[in-house]
Design a protein around this ligand. Structure first.
Ligand code: IPM
Ligand code: MG
Length: 376
């Protein structure tokens, strides 16, 4: 074990939750990069690993144990793989793997979900959209993550007197909830292209009317240096495939953010490339609770075959270094290594193109470590 004093700073306590499907395989590759940083950069990480989702259901009968929830609340950051799979699809709603993920988000109060969609030059042709539409794309979808229809009350399925049934969910946002996400949007834009597009359906939803008013108010009071526009969510979906480069930061609610970020992911060539960060409010010391996860799911159909792309999870770890640990140089290193392996022609199955070198999940990990050795 490392001697005290050998490392630059106090060990960063990371809770790793590999989850289900391809989660564990992609996480193994990220673990190798964590080890590389410890070896080569003398950065100390204290890693704890626990099951979540279906894996936790199998081990403990619940998608997230109280013990793991407490660990998440007390670690410096959480790195999650993916949850869910057909094995657990028929469980009652409250027992499903996804509930574990939603509980983590809610109890850690991770209201700000950053989903950057960046098109690496080497992958511009892998997009299903034309090269000239996506080349150089770099946008940030900021999704509100602990409110709206995902958590609104009342909710549920009831049986009516005539025997038919009624399913209800509630879309609800309060002024403070909208204000805090709007502030994050303006702060992000300030470090980027200084543009925010706020997205809702104010033409049909009162919650959307309020959303638009509050975002505009925060802008007028605190963020006059940022260009703010408003767009209806359906139009935004269309504009994302028509001309995605018109956007810089898109700020939107939980449900629209879920939809629009999947759409934005595909602009980059594959869901397998998109990382995300979910952040809470800053405490007195400026620290935020945080969880990092790839935008892709558990992909049970390809699990265990070496077909998964570990880059989204690796880039999520990079976001952890940047946002939780203020290690911009190391985060840059991970992004540069990713760009390098793509430039060198290495491709996992999801981004394979003619003439390129197809590699397995582990093969991609090997290539990343080699690139880190070269440029790090
Ligand atoms: C996501 C996922 C989740 C969501 C699921 C797995 C609950 O689609 O993170 O985008 O809907 O938020
Ligand atoms: Mg989603």
């Amino acid at each position: 074990m490392a001697k005290t004093g050998m490392f630059k700073t106090q060990a960063k306590r990371i809770l790793i939750l590999p989850g289900d499907g391809i989660g564990p395989e992609v996480m193994s590759e990220v673990r190798r990069v964590v080890d590389w940083l410890t070896r080569k950069r003398k950065i100390a990480f204290e890693i704890t690993e626990r099951p979540v989702g279906g894996a936790s259901i199998d081990a403990f009968g619940t998608p997230l144990t109280d013990d793991t929830m407490a660990l998440a609340l007390h670690s410096d950051a959480v790195l999650l793989g993916a949850v869910g799979g057909p094995k657990w699809d028929n469980l009652p709603f409250e027992k499903k793997p996804e509930r574990g993920l939603l509980r983590l988000r809610k109890e850690m109060e991770l209201f700000a979900n950053l989903r950057p969609a960046v098109v690496f030059d080497a992958l511009a042709e892998a997009s299903t959209l034309k090269l000239e539409v996506v080349k150089g794309l770099d946008i940030m979808i900021l999704r509100e993550l602990v409110g709206g229809v995902y958590f609104g009350e009342p909710r549920g399925i009831t049986t009516l007197p005539d025997g038919t049934r009624k399913g209800v969910n509630t879309q609800v946002y309060t002024t403070p909830e909208i204000e805090r996400i709007a502030r994050v949007a303006f702060d992000l834009a300030r470090k980027r292209g200084k543009k925010v597009c706020s997205v809702e359906k104010a033409n049909v939803m009162e919650s959307g009317v309020l959303w638009r008013e509050v975002v505009q108010d925060v802008h007028d009071r605190e963020a006059k240096d940022i260009a703010l526009s408003h767009m209806y969510a359906d139009n935004c979906a269309m504009q994302l495939v028509r001309n995605p480069r018109q956007f810089d930061v898109i700020v939107t609610d939980n449900l629209f953010g879920d939809l629009l970020s999947d759409c934005a992911a595909m602009l980059t060539g594959s869901l397998g490339m998109l990382p995300s960060a979910s952040l809470g409010a800053a405490d007195a010391a400026g620290r935020r609770k945080a969880m990092y996860e790839p935008v892709h799911g558990s992909a049970p159909d390809i699990a265990g075959q070496g077909l998964a792309n570990p880059l989204a999870t690796l880039l999520s770890f990079g976001m952890m270094l940047r946002y939780s640990f203020d290690m911009g140089a190391e985060a840059d290193l991970i992004e540069r290594a990713t760009a390098a392996v793509l430039d060198q022609g290495y491709r996992s199955a999801d981004i394979m193109q003619p003439g390129k070198t197809k590699v397995s999940t582990t093969g991609m990990g090997d290539a990343i470590l080699k690139a880190l050795d070269q440029i790090g």
